[in-house]
Structure formats: C-alpha cells, structure tokens
Design a protein around this ligand. Structure first.
Ligand code: CMC
Length: 439
C-alpha cells in the first residue's frame, strides 16, 4: 500500500485507491469516483492552477520555500557567474552545456539567423510612433509565421531546431527595431560578430546620443540579466506557450501568445510598473504612507510576491549585485536607495512577513535597465528576449512528450438551465430603422 492514496466517498461509502507518483495523483483517476454508473465522475477544481501539475519537465527546478532555482540541474548563481547567455541558452535547449566545438556551431547557427526580411522592417514601420514595444514585439513575432510556412511541421525535429535558432537569432533584432522605431531613429543592422548582448546594445544605440552605453561592463550585466530570465518553469507565459503549442500551431504563433501573456503587469510587465511606483513614491519619507496604502488594499507593492517563491527570489539577490557593477560605470541610480529602503521596511512588516512576500526578479531589474539608458516601456521586452529560450525549450519538450495532448481544461457550468428563445426573435435582415440608428 506504499505510494498509494485512498479516498473514501462518503456519498456511497466506496473506497478508491490511487497510485501516488511524485506526490501527485492523476486527475483522470478521480473520474472513477462515481455515485452511479452513468455519472460523469469526480473532477478537480483548480482556478489559476494553484495545485495542478500540467506536465513532467526536465528543464527548470524551483524550490520556492528554499529560494532555489536551477536550469538543467545547475544553480542559477553559478550559471550567472561563470557562463555566457548563449552557453546557458544552449544548455536549456539541449540539456547539456556545450563543449568548445558545440559552442562555435551554436554561435554560428544563431548568427545565420540574425537578420529579418525587408518586409518585416516595413511591417514595423507601420506602428504608431507611441506604440508600446511589447505590442510591437507580440505582433511581429506572429507576423514572422507568415514568412516561414515550413515551421508548421512542428513534429519534425529538424524543423523544431531550425525554428528555435531562428527565433533566438531574430528576437533581439525585432526588440531593437521596436525601440529605434519609437525614437524615430533608423534601424541598425545586427553585427553578428559581436556577443549576443553586445550586438543588442549595438542595434539599440549605434549612431544615437547613447552610443557611450556600448560598454563591456554593461554588456556583461545585460548578459547576466538575460541568463536570470531564461526560464522559470510553468509560469503564466510558459503555460500560454504550451497551451497554444499544444494545438500544433507553429512556434512563431505560439511564442506570440507567450509574449502576450508576459506583457501583463502581474507577470513580466511588473518591471515597468515598479519604476512607475518608485516615481510615484518619490522619496524615502513617503514610503511609510505607501506601505500603509498597500496594507489597506489600495495598491500592490509591485515587484513583490510570487506564486512559487515564498522566500527570497535568488534572481533578485544576483541582480542587486549586478546593479552595483553597473552603477560604477553609469553612476548610481538614486532609485536603488528608495527600492532598498522599501524592501527593508516591507520585510520588517507583519503584513509582508506573514504572507511570505519578498522582492522578486522584477523589483530591481528595472533600476539597472534605467541606469543603462533604457526606458520603462522597454523593460518587458528585455525580459522577453531571453525568456524566448525557455519558451522554446518548453515548447519542444511539450511537442515531443507522448503524454501530452491538446490542452483543454474542464469547467463547472453554473449558468442557466435550458431556456426557451422569446417568440419576438425571428431571423431577418436588419430593419432600415436599426441601420439608420446613431447615438
Ligand atoms: N503587494 C501587496 N500584497 C500582495 C502582493 C503585493 N505585491 N502580492 C501578493 N499580495 C498579497 C495578496 O493580496 C494576498 O493577500 P490576502 O491573503 O490577504 O488576500 C496574499 O499576498 C497572497 O497573494 P496572491 O495574490 O494569492 O498570490 P498569487 O500567487 O496569486 O500572485 C503575484 C502572485 C506575483 C501575481 C502577486 O504576488 C503580485 O501581484 N505581485 C506584484 C506583481 C509582480 O511583481 N509580478 C512579478 C512576478 S515575478 C516575475 C514574473 O513572473 O514575471
């Protein structure tokens, strides 16, 4: 009876024994629990997937109570300190770190895909000058699907790898062009011989007043920030990637769905919101009143709290260190002092302590990005570039997992019983009177 769970149905007195694998019982087994043979059977109800595993995964491990994050078994702190973004991207996609030859091939393969069609540039020129960069990114990723019809063969391994390399190569270009577009600047072609983060900075700042920001210390800081954001197991956007991908939509369409999910302020959009919040608070003197407002439910402390971490987010710790290195080059962003004081006060307050609310990755990232010359509107795009790697690894894992099928949750219907349509409804062309109606 070891590794089993027994449930007694008090409605019938029947006993059901389920196998427990990884501390989990299969939701489909619950369907055996029935009052009568023609009964549909028991379901589990779990809005927001608070306690439902939707897949088995070998990519990312998080222990939220201990504040642990690992990609493919390696601690995030070690990867951030000793590896480059492309190396970690290779690890997350392939499962192992690259040797020297594999790394050369990987970089060469990404370089080949660092370019976009002229039509895509024209497509991007169509956005309004004040279009949000995330809106531009989401739409352009979806538009890429029309350029690569071969990407529909999602079950073919070579196609999968080709799409993965294409997207990782192209996403920084789309992001940089979105930025340049919003500034009214001409697009700068990628310089594939540069490192991944360096090339991104080149496309952002070349031939602009911010050219001095193409600094090696800042490029390494961006590289580290990219590593920290690569994957975070089954978060909202990854779940969107898997849900869209499960219909066998091509990976460009699936990733557009994932990026759209990331854009919300409760997810990747939080980094932009943190900066707005710090601007609103303005000075250290105003923190107690702001915290009181949070406790009274008037607003949230953005950049705090996490569905999984109930301890310090290990990424926030690394980001704080990286911030100091960036400030040595750029000068100190005063908002860091405000943020650190906010954190100190919050972490000593019963409201935050009892709810286990700690700073998450977004609390400090925006402050560094701002010091690096990037404005708040771009922050979520900076999250999306590296997260594309995680989304793609998760998408490939999903497609190749025989246990997976199209994602299709159940519902508990609580609407009307059958109703009769009123007799006044008979189909016909709209009357002249209704067509002429204006408010
Ligand atoms: N400020 C104030 N109270 C909060 C906060 C916050 N940031 N986060 C959670 N709480 C409270 C919440 O009101 C609830 O209180 P009560 O039990 O009295 O009702 C309790 O803490 C539990 O919160 P929850 O809303 O049930 O937690 P969740 O797992 O559904 O939400 C979250 C997680 C990240 C959406 C939420 O913490 C939040 O909105 N944080 C601010 C936005 C943010 O920083 N998001 C970035 C997340 S990390 C990076 C990423 O995933 O993109």
């Amino acid at each position: 009876m070891e590794n089993t769970v027994t449930i007694i149905d008090n409605r019938t007195g029947k006993q059901y024994t389920f196998t427990d694998t990884h501390d989990t019982i299969r939701a489909m087994d619950l369907r055996n629990i029935k009052v009568a043979p023609d009964d549909f059977g028991m379901m589990s109800y779990d809005p927001a997937f608070m306690n439902t595993a939707s897949c088995e995964s070998r990519i990312t491990f998080i222990d939220g109570d201990k504040g642990i994050l690992r990609y493919r078994g390696y601690d995030i702190a070690d990867l951030a300190e000793r590896c480059s973004f492309p190396q970690v991207a290779y690890l997350v996609i392939h499962g192992e770190l690259p040797d020297a030859e594999q790394e050369r091939e990987w970089l060469a393969a990404l370089r080949i895909h660092m370019g976009i069609f002229e039509n895509i540039k024209k497509f991007m020129e169509g956005f309004r000058y004040d279009a949000h960069p995330m809106g531009m990114l989401v739409s352009t990723l979806a538009a890429l699907s029309t350029f690569y019809p071969d990407s529909r063969h999602v079950r073919d391994h070579e196609t999968q790898m080709h799409c993965i390399r294409r997207i990782i190569g192209k996403i920084p270009i789309i992001a940089a062009y979105g930025y340049r577009h919003s500034k009214g600047l001409d697009y700068i072609s990628p310089e594939p011989k540069l490192g991944y983060a360096e090339n991104f900075m080149h496309m952002l700042w070349d031939r602009s007043p911010l050219e001095h920001l193409k600094h090696p210390v800042l490029a390494r800081a961006l590289d580290v920030l990219f590593i920290l954001h690569i994957d975070h197991e089954q978060n909202c956007s990854t779940n969107a990637m898997r849900a869209v991908g499960s219909s066998e939509a091509d990976p460009f369409l699936s990733i557009a769905g994932a990026a759209a999910a990331l854009a919300g302020p409760l997810h990747g959009g939080a980094n932009e919101e943190v900066l707005k919040m710090l601007d609103e608070i303005g000075s250290i003197d105003n923190i107690p009143a702001f915290i009181q407002g949070v406790k009274e439910g008037h607003h949230k402390l953005m950049g705090f709290g996490h569905r999984v971490y109930k301890n310090y987010d290990p990424r926030a710790r690394i980001i704080k260190r990286t911030a100091e290195e960036v400030f040595e080059v750029t000068g100190r962003n005063k908002k860091i002092d405000l943020a650190m004081e906010l954190e100190r006060i919050a972490l000593a307050d019963e409201y935050f302590v009892s709810r286990k609310l700690y700073p998450n990755v977004d609390f400090y990232s925006g402050i560094i990005y701002e010091a690096m010359g990037l404005e708040a509107k771009m922050f979520t795009v900076l999250f999306a570039i590296p997260r594309a790697v995680g989304w793609l690894a998760q998408w490939q894992e999903l497609i190749n997992d025989p246990a997976q099928k199209i994602a299709r949750p159940r519902q508990i219907y609580t609407g009307y019983e059958r109703r009769k349509l009123p007799d006044s409804y008979t189909y016909g062309a709209p009357s002249e009177e209704s067509l002429a109606y204006t408010r």
